[in-house]
Design a protein around this ligand. Structure first.
Ligand code: COA
Length: 331
């Protein structure tokens, strides 16, 4: 029975998991014509984690979810919904969330994936928050996870230096206290899909000979164009979340931007007028982990003792589609 008068949803637990294998900039110098100096200066990335061929996204999602549930002191049977922001699950179907449900034995939950590229976790948060505040569910697992290196073109130096694999998870619960999701907003613009996409190739058809040899399902990106849109959109989305929460940037303790590129983040932070020391970055360790980026950063910041109870966070993401999302969260 779900009580009335729920004011917000609240993050009560965080967890993350990454593959063991590291790929450093020096390793990449052996794969494509690039250098540590170029990658560091243009992106801020020093190394990233890469799934091995037989690593499964489900496995590190499950580990991240278990850590979040332990942190929240919640049992699998209490979970009503599992939402996973991802575009790179182990299977075309069923969803990644379905496999996580089975591994966790969270058999009272419904489970679904949300395809919103790098904004995936904030999209999942938006929907879980809406269901909780509407009284439809009480506890949700909200994940963002990617194995983007599976669809990376390792001959394209413009993109292969950017991405890494990871999973991040949060437990979201009904709450009527001070802490919680104070605002969450999402948006999209399908007119700009051609700037960042990965095709779904019919690679298995015996009738389409070229599909056997093409690399057409790899991620493709117009980096410069994406960069400009990312700065403008993340700024606009940040201001929207602040407005919805009736807050100003001075009320925010931490900015948690999607870890796409240090230069995008610095441009957004400068326009928002938030000091650099209040911007959490871990891109040097993980690269751009797409939908996993924000929950991984939140979990990292908490474990480093930087993100503390009572602090207010502005999270903002942007990704292919284009999609975007933003939230003000009090921990
Ligand atoms: N190593 C060395 N040189 C590289 C390189 C690499 N890995 N990748 C590209 N270059 C070269 C280009 O070929 C180009 O050379 P040229 O001048 O001889 O043609 C030069 O570097 C500059 O390329 P450009 O694309 O203008 O660089 P940039 O400053 O825009 O940086 C990105 C490229 C990809 C880092 C940048 O555009 C970016 O971060 N875009 C947004 C990406 C993103 O975040 N996507 C996900 C959104 S969620």
């Amino acid at each position: 029975m779900i009580e009335k008068a729920i004011v917000h949803s609240r993050i009560t637990g965080l967890g993350s998991a990454v593959p063991e294998q590291k790929l450093t900039n020096a390793d990449l110098e052996q794969i494509v014509d690039t250098s540590d100096e170029w990658i560091t200066a243009r992106t801020g990335i020093k190394e990233r984690r890469i799934a091995r061929f037989d690593d499964s996204l489900t496995d590190y999602c499950t580990k991240a979810a278990q850590r979040a549930m332990e942190d929240a002191h919640v049992e699998p049977s209490e979970i009503d919904a599992i939402l996973v922001g991802t575009i790179s699950g182990d299977y075309r179907f069923p969803s990644t969330a379905i496999f996580i449900q089975s591994k966790l034995r969270a058999m009272n939950a419904f489970a679904l994936d949300i395809s919103a590229t790098c904004s995936g976790w904030l999209y999942a948060l938006f929907h879980a928050d809406a269901m909780i505040t509407a009284g439809k569910i009480r506890k949700a697992l909200v994940l963002g996870a990617e194995n983007l290196t599976r669809i990376t073109d390792w001959e394209d130096r413009n993109t292969c230096v950017l991405f890494g694999d990871a999973a991040g998870a949060a437990v979201l619960e009904a709450s009527n206290g001070e802490q919680g999701i104070l605002s969450v907003d999402i948006g999209s613009n399908g007119d700009l899909a051609h700037l960042l996409y990965g095709r779904s190739e019919n690679a298995g058809s015996p009738l389409i000979e070229e599909s056997f040899h093409s690399r057409g399902n790899f991620l493709r990106m117009s980096g410069n164009e994406v960069f400009k849109h990312a700065v403008r959109t993340m700024l606009r989305a940040s201001l929207k979340a602040l407005k919805l929460a009736d807050m100003k940037i001075d009320d925010i303790d931490w900015l948690f931007p999607h870890q796409a590129n240090i230069r995008i983040v610095e441009a957004v932070a400068k326009r928002l007028r938030i000091p650099r020391e209040q911007v959490f970055m871990n891109i040097h360790k993980y690269g751009n982990t797409s939908a996993a980026s924000i929950p991984l950063a939140l979990d990292d910041a908490r474990r480093e003792g930087k993100l503390k109870s009572g602090q207010t966070v502005l999270a903002v993401a942007f990704g292919g589609g284009f999609t975007w999302g933003s939230a003000v969260i009090r921990f």
